[in-house]
Structure formats: structure tokens, C-alpha cells
Design a protein around this ligand. Sequence first.
Ligand SMILES: Nc1nc2c(ncn2[C@@H]2O[C@H](COP(=O)(O)OP(=O)(O)OP(=O)(O)O)[C@@H](O)[C@H]2O)c(=O)[nH]1
Ligand SMILES: [Mg+2]
Length: 686
Amino acid sequence: MKNVKVADTYNFALIGHSGDGKTTLGEAILHAAGATSHLGSVTDGTSVLNYLPEEKERHTTISCSIYGFDTNGKHVTLVDTPGDSNFQADGRIALHGLDGAVLVVNAAGGAKVGTNRMLTACRDNGVARIAFINGMDRERADFDAAVESLKEIGASPAVVTLPIGEHENFSGVIDLIHMKTVTADGEGEIPDDMADAVQAAHESLVEDVAECDDVLLEKYLEEGDLTEDELSLGLLAGTRDGKITPVFCGAALTRLGVSTLMGGITELLPSAADRPAWKAADDAGTEVEPSTEAPFTAVVIKTLIDRYAGTLSVMRIVSGTVKADQSVLNVTADTKERFGKLLLLKGEEHGDVPEAGPGDIVAVAKLKSVRTGHALTAEKGGIPLPEIPIPQGVISYAIQAKSKADEDKVYSSLGRLVEEDPTLRLGREASTGEFLLSGMGELHVRITVQKLQRMFGVGVELKTPKVPYRETITRKAEHIEGKLKKQTGGKGMFGVCYLTLEPLPRGEGIQFLDEIKGGAIPRGLIPAVEKGVMESCDAGPLAGYPVVDIRVRCIDGKHHPVDSNEMAFKLAASFGFKAGIEQAKPTILEPVMNVEISAPADHVGDVMGDISSRRGQVQSSEASGAMSVVTARVPMGEMLEYATTLTSMTGGQGEFHMEFSHYEEAPANVREKIIAAAAAAKKEAS
Ligand SMILES: Nc1nc2c(ncn2[C@@H]2O[C@H](COP(=O)(O)OP(=O)(O)OP(=O)(O)O)[C@@H](O)[C@H]2O)c(=O)[nH]1
Ligand SMILES: [Mg+2]
């Protein structure tokens, strides 16, 4: 890849809803580009992109697959992303390091929740996109309806290819940019019987492009047309600015339309040199140029555990040139790292390259401190990029090693899986001492357990999902005394503090204020008071959940010149806090989720009724193609086994995605249940 210029380096993702054909399209692209000698298939388990055993078994992508190849003098890295909401965050992270995306949409069904979510991720990160309406050979394919569905989600589609025939008669595409047909037999002239349709499509393309640019719009309104040059330049600018989504079409499975799409990828999506400038992690708006001469700058878009090479950190080089065995800085962790070989990924396979430059995506094995999202630079003069934000999973399961002897191995191996997939989290529930594994959804957690068994040979049992409840107070408790006095015999212990506890608005966390005047508590011992308060917040008085949204003011105190020490004040503070919280009318907060459900229109009534019975509030319900999308706010505790319910309610056609919205006070009957459950769990644990 050393011989390819930055302007000829392309990095794009295949994005969209689950099952719409991203991986199949990826295989078709790789094969057409000569990168693979065999055409891989998702259903046969021969896909080089869906190479994980869990992907082969389920015929779905669960983790981004990265494949670099050279074609026609260009170096291209294709990233196949998962469409399922359990795994889609992996693609959202990778998008931060890419320059363009192909939004894959099923011709039979149109844009869906997953399409919309990835379109939003592109917009948020300024990633240019083109769309591919896939499956034109499918029985229910409807090109116009699919384009309309893209309009409905605000993608501003501009049709640049038309299908020739549809369903089993789908035989190729008309390329409206180059005005030719492309079929299995090669390129050809536009047939007479399609001239009217082509003319109409060309006119709407001109109109769509004109609407992106004021100068073009004025010209169009005056003259009713644009020149070929104006059209192609306008289309290019509109695509790169993200104002327009050129729409291609075809069938990945039969490979029709794929070569035209590939032309679109390199003609319309930006190369590493043409993409919008990278912004540095400073407030000055510094831009990082993709120059081979500049100091090295990169961002880590993915971590992989490779069977042979160990943990691989996959990075997008933004600036500078890096060689194997070079030392770099991990700016995020503030450590120095030494690279070994630079690896070029081809799905599961990789080969090494001597050096890599701007626009290249390479992997490096066995780095100590580097994690997904981290920013790396040269040791001298490098400009760090901002760290990539990592979405955090919210569905937690208590886990237990199947065999007690495996316990240590379970936790260390899970630690490695969390390194590989940072949207997972491994934690401990203070109230019960149980280990918790959190992920984006039930399937995410279950697949992780499956990987744990396969990769590390240890089994884990998943217990009921846990809801991360919180405790807080509802009124002020003033001047509460916390006192420790043990001054009989031996070394004495003495400390007194007076605390005032006040409720804070949701999401404010814990605040500790030192308001001691005149040395009632010596300066050096105030941190001990704070520590006592903070540690007490770990487990609330009602059900042992962490205490949040509280301000604790230390307003007065007493000390003894000899017997006062850190331990005495820490304990005094915890006594004061415990007494105060009882008086401040504690309560329990429950997490409320933003839920997005997509279901066939005739099941929407059932879905909404069911949401209400789960104490949920429906926010909106909109038709999107043949499906309806319902958005609602529902307490997490009511949504734990929702996947099963939705499947049976919609005959397997429903899908949902949820993410954390906010905390709210749980109603009294729910609080009672939570308190009783915590008491029972504690009893069982003791
Ligand atoms: N008829 C037809 N089937 C297709 C086409 N493209 C993909 N499929 C089938 O659709 C199914 C899903 O395809 P995938 O390529 O795995 O879809 P995906 O978007 O990668 O799905 P996720 O990885 O779950 O997000 C497979 O059974 C494919 O064979 C197509 O153009 N025509
Ligand atoms: Mg896939």
C-alpha cells in the first residue's frame, strides 16, 4: 500500500439494518475487485467477512470485519458492520475512523430502524454516504418504495441508477451518471422502451442536485436544466457535504449492479485526501493534515483477539508515516508503546507491511495500554485526535462460573473480551457482591458467554438480568451529628462531624462540600470525612444500591488534639451520613429506557397496548415502509425479557432497540418489591 497515494486510498463501511445484505454485498465487492478468488456466501458459512464461528452459526455479523485490498491502482479498506442493534455500536465506533459509507437497504421492505440509526451515526460524524438498494431480485422488491422510505428518514436520496426489470426478471441497471446499461452481458446502450423512464429519472436527479446548492438552484430555476459538468460536480459536492445520498441499486446475491456501485464508491465517496479535515483534541480547532511527512497521528477503531497473534489494535492512520518496530505515544492513556509488525487485515487473515501512511488502516499486536477509541501520536510533535466515545451497554446479567475452580479464569478471560469489545462491561453489584456482565442487549451478553466458552474453554451461567437501581433522598436533613468517641483505655479515637444532606436534580451525582470554618475539623482530616461519605454512598439504606443525586455539606465538627485521626473521622462521617439519610426520606430510582420498536403495521396496536401494560409511555408511532416504528419510554425493569414477548407478538417480525434515557423515582409498589428482593438476595448470600 506504500505505493498508493493518499488521494487513492479509500476507507468505507457497509452499514444498514440487519439482514439487508451488507455482508453479501461485501463478498460481491471483494470478488469483483479480485481480492478473493472464491465468492463467499453468508448462508454457506464461506464468507470471509463473517468469519467468526458465532457468525457462521447464526448467519449474521456480530463484529466489524475489516478487509484491505488493492484494485485499479487504489487501496481500499472495506469495513462490514453488524446491523443487529446488539452489535451495531461496533460499527458506530469504527465510523469515526472512516471516510465514507454505503447504506445498504433491502428493496423488499425499505429503510428500517437500523438503517436510520446508522444514517444518524454518519451525520453525527460527518461521514459521506451513498445508498445501495439491494435484493432487486427478491419477490417483494419495490425500488420506488425503497427510495421513498429513504426520503422518509431524511436521507435526501438522489437516484443515480435505475433497475432493469424486477423480481426474477431483474437483469441489470441503468447508470444515469454515465448513461449506459450494465447487465450480466456487460455494458450497453439504453433500450428505447426505457427512454421515457430514464428521461424522467434524469430530470429528478438534476432537481435533487440543484437543491443542494444555491448557485445551481438559481441556474436550474432560470434554465430548467444543468450541464453535464454542473450535474456531476454538484452531485460530488452534495455527496461529500452529506447533503445528498446518491442511490444505486442491484442484487448482491446475483452481483448485478455491484460494479456500478463500486464505480460510485471511488467516484463519489471521498478518498482519505478529500474527506473533511480531522479536528484535533484541542479547543483551538486545529486541523490535522493527512500528510505523509507530518508527525504520526492515529486513532484506534477496533480491538480484535487473534488466535495466533494475540490482541490486535486496529488503527486508522490520520497523518504521518509509521514503520514496524517504531515507538509511539498513547495520548489517551499517557503511556509509551512500541509497535511490532504492521499488519494489513483481510478479514481473519493478515499479512505484514513495512510501513503505512495517512488513510491506511493497519493492526498492531500486543500493545499494553492501547484500547479501542484511544488516540496515538509520534513521540515528538504529534497532534492528538479526540478519543472516540464508546457507547455503553445497559443490560446487565449476574454471572457465575459453572465450575468454582474456573472462577479466576472466567473473570480474567471476560476481561480480555471486554478489551476486545468495549461496549461490554464487567462490574460488581455492591448490594449483593454478584459479578455483572453488561452489554447492549440480551443477545450481546449471550454471544459473549458463547465466545468465552469457545475461546477460553470456560463456562458461565447467566442469572436473571439485573437492573441498576439507584437510591437517593427526597428532602433535606440538617445538622446531623456523626460521632466516634472511644477514649477508654489504650489509644483513643475521637471525631465529630455535622453534616447537611440535600437532594440534587437527577443526573447530578454526589457532591461533597467542605464548609468548615475556624478549624473545627483540621484541614488534613477533611478528606477522611469525604471518604467516609463517598464510601457510604456505595450502598444505600433501602436495598443497597448506590446513592446518587445528593449534596453532602460538612458544616461543623469537633476534634481532639491527640485522639483524632483519619479513621476516626471517616467512621464519624459514615455514622453521620447513615443517620442523615434515614431522616432525608430515602427512595429508589429506576432507569427508564428509550425504546424503539419496529413491527408490521397490523401488530402495532398490540405492541402499544403491551408497552402501556409495562408502565411505558408511547412517544410516537410512525409508518416506515411496510413496518411501523413505535418509540416509547419504559422502565428498564419491565423490559428484561421483552425480546421473547415481541417475537411471539409479531410472529418473529418485530425488532427493538433500547438505550438508557434517565432515572426516575420508582412508584411505591415497585420500591417495595425491589427492597424485598434485595433483602432476600442478601439473606441467600450470607
Ligand atoms: N435474494 C437475495 N437475497 C439476498 C441478497 N443479498 C443478500 N441476500 C440474502 O439475505 C440474507 C442476509 O444477508 P447478509 O449479507 O447476511 O445481510 P447483512 O446485512 O450482512 O446482515 P447482518 O450481518 O445481520 O447485519 C442472506 O441469506 C443473503 O443470502 C440479494 O441481493 N438478493
Ligand atoms: Mg452482515
